[in-house]
Design a protein around this ligand. Sequence first.
Ligand code: BF8
Ligand code: SF4
Length: 625
Amino acid sequence: TPAHDCTTCEATAQMIDKARRDGVELVFDRAATMKACPIGADSACCKHCSMGPCRLNAKDPYGKVGVCGATIDTIQARNFARMVASGAAAHTDHGMSILHLFGEVVKGHNKDYEIKDTQKLLQVAQTLEIETDGRAYQDIGLDIYEELMKTYTQVEGEFPFAKAVPEKTLETWRKHNIVPRGAMREIMEIMHRTHMGVDQDYENIVNQCSRTALSDGWGGSMVATEISDIMFGTPRPVMAEVNMGVLKEDHVNIIVHGHEPNLFESIMVSTSDATMVEAAKAAGAKGINLVGMCCSGAEMMSRHGVPHAGNFMSTEAVLVTGAVDAMAVDVQCIKQGLGKVADCYGTELFTTNPRCHIEGVKHIEFDEDDPMACTDEVVIKAISRFKNRKGDIQIPKNKNVGIHGFSKEYIGYMLGGSFRESYVPLNENIINGRIRGVAGVVGCTQPRTKQDYMHVELVKELIKNDVLVLQTGCSQIALAKAGLLIPEAAHLAGDGLAEVCETVGMPPILGLGSCVDNSRILTAASEMVRTGGLGHSIADLPAAGAAPEWMSEKAISIGHYFVASGVYTVFGTTFPITEGTKFHKHLFEELEEMGLGKWGFSNDPIEMAHMMIAHIDKKREQLGI
Ligand code: BF8
Ligand code: SF4
């Protein structure tokens, strides 16, 4: 496949061509030779027991059943449920380790981190109905820690952030018995119920999917976002550079790629340490250049303006520059293929998290109680690789500047006046029609579709039709690389949205950070409901979501918690389902009839945009606006 058919990212295309000249295989080449399994793609197979694995026929879905008698609907629902469980587990385990670290800080056991954002601390305490008057921050923090730990461990009863959910949405959840308990309980129950011979009613399985996904969105992910804000600061708009042009030939280049902010925060300290900078200079470098990728990169970009080298489809390609002296990874979306590519170009690749080792890749464990031990070593190794750089270095010149670091709080300040957070002006602009609605466009990039293409075209079509777009994760990076995360992008927006953007000085596309920060979209939506004039539940809002190039199980969990929260959510590229089945009808139609959201699918970004816009218009009509 020609490089420009693999990606619309110019820098990545250049590196695909270089890799081919160098005889190095990348994810794009592997995807071309590994055809997707057609039975798995339709979710028509089951390997939950050794009487199988059983394959059904997606062309004739009710023509046969598995050896145990399981129908196509049971099989698909179980497969889907296990994707939700795995995705939710990833976000939840991430959130739980951040909360654990916060616990160590408020107990005074860890002095490397601190409570940085006291305003956010008070705000979270208020949501959780924790007393704040006249109390020390540390004491309040201790109560928050203990309360939020229930997000994970609570065996019975409603989870803590049920208090953050708009009342009518919560009522709907209660009606269907999908208010989560602790996430560990929900994930355990999914694994139990999808075991051979347990839950064999697709509707009942989907109910447990909803409860588990909600324990991710309003639980694991929300805790990760809120506690990271407390410890590292709530993001405010910041200018940041993206794309491979952020690498500097005359600097020691270090990339951090993964999902957890603690590793990144610590390596920021290591790379700015005077002795490290001196050592880099002694090795002949002008300095140390720290750069992010994927979600931890998006998070650091939002919080500190750290440059970002690219999204998921570019993590191998960036190594082909030869300019990356070290790459440190933690968890999630770390391709095993990185090891081989790093070897070919002499990049020092390190795993750092006990959960994620890669065979043949050096592991330097990151210990929160002694964080610098790991991050200093990564920097030292990078400096010595710089000194011994061999082979040609070719850095694509592509680089874009954009504004990142929006948050639910900042959207309120920006529109509502600089001191008091208010969503009244946002709601008013939706009611008067200047803003037609709000869309969340998020998620991965992947090699079965041209990298970034659908993200960019979809978002352009949405803003052209006056839909304000909120973004996270790899999607946000796609639009940033397209140069659209700037106020000037308002000229691509419809007249109404453009007018709002020009008055406020904001871009029509707001970047909110990493994938766990999708919880910011949930809290923003809740704020819109509470502010009034747009109905009583999230399902009433003129809003929609999309992940056009999704690939991970995390994306399925995110998609499903948006659906369960009341949002119409459209995926692209592929969907693990057999059409013309009851399970399909349930996800794509019946969930909405239950008062939740629903799933949608399209492979064409313009069609996808218009499916979302039609839904937004339907909601506007129901609201009478
Ligand atoms: O959590 S968008 S490819 S990097 S899964 Fe992965 Fe997808 Fe990127 Fe972050 Ni999210
Ligand atoms: Fe086949 Fe049923 Fe076993 Fe699945 S659980 S592999 S459908 S026999």
